[in-house]
Design a protein around this ligand. Structure first.
Ligand code: NHR
Ligand code: GAR
Length: 231
């Protein structure tokens, strides 16, 4: 018996007993969900929920033995009614963290506030560049030479919450939306599991301004310059 019981995760961003448990929200393929599961982050995935009943990722999740639910947003008259049904489902799993993994429905303020600092999203751009949809097309149109993905906490400002980790890829002169999306997806599969692992380990901190830092992470001393000079 321990003489002194340590409060679990004291002083960290999350203090609840269920902090290692996660619910994953998807809308489609679910490759980020798969990357998180296969990386073995230490998160206990309690359920996978999709707003699209035909999401490919649901089949994979079922095959893994996860609890799955489809909450079809088209079956609800209002966004609030969908949000309420989603909130009710998530509540039942008592998750410490909610992971948006290619989840395509904007969530209402009430939902966000209720789960403040407990919702992570992966967004396919280097935020604050290109919030919203069609990020790869917009990056190509803008002519940026680097692009990438951001894992961030979700706030009521769309794609505006604090970043946890970002991954950078070059934009090639002959890129199409598809080739660029595929390159970004590779880096997504590296950074999302990393962010989840940090959360599970209790390493994520918020400063007074709400900016996130990760305890014990190293400094990157090299830079990426794009385009490069090699032929
Ligand atoms: N909810 C809130 N409140 N805040 C955020 O930052 C959110 C969010 C819900 C999802 C993911 C986000 C992304 O990474 C995300 C962030 C969907 C849309 C969107 O316009 C925009 C951003 C994101 C996800 N969705 C349309 C809608 O009307 C539907 C589009 C569709 O079904 O294809 O909700 O990019
Ligand atoms: C990913 O590229 C993710 O960043 C993006 O959709 C893809 C989902 O792939 N998310 C958004 O665009 C959110 N609006 P996945 O289902 O294979 O993880």
């Amino acid at each position: 018996m321990n003489a002194i019981a340590e409060p679990e995760n004291a002083g960290e961003a999350h203090g609840r007993a269920a902090s290692k448990s996660a619910v994953i929200l998807i809308s489609g393929r679910g490759s980020n969900m798969q990357a998180i599961v296969e990386a073995g982050t230490g998160a206990d995935v309690r359920a996978v929920i999709s707003n699209r009943p035909d999401a490919k990722g649901l089949e994979w999740a079922r095959g893994q033995g996860f609890a799955t639910e489809a909450i079809d947003h088209t079956a609800f008259k209002t966004r609030d009614a969908f949000d309420a049904a989603l909130a009710e489902a998530i509540e039942r799993y008592d998750a410490g963290i909610i992971l948006l993994a290619g989840f395509m429905r904007i969530l209402g303020d009430g939902f966000i506030r209720r789960h403040e600092r407990r919702i992570l999203n992966i967004h396919p751009s280097l935020l604050p560049a290109f919030p919203g949809l069609h990020t790869h097309r917009r990056a190509i149109e803008a002519g940026v030479k680097v692009h990438g993905a951001t894992v961030h906490f979700v706030t009521s400002e769309l794609d505006g919450g604090p970043a946890v980790i970002q991954g950078v890829v070059p934009v090639m002169p002959d890129d199409t939306e598809e080739t660029l999306a595929a390159r970004v997806l590779q880096v997504e599969h590296r950074i999302y599991p990393q962010a989840v692992r940090w959360w599970v380990e209790g390493k994520i901190e918020f400063n007074a301004a709400g900016v996130v830092s990760v305890r014990g992470t190293g400094v990157i001393t090299d830079s990426m310059i794009s385009p490069g000079t090699a032929q």
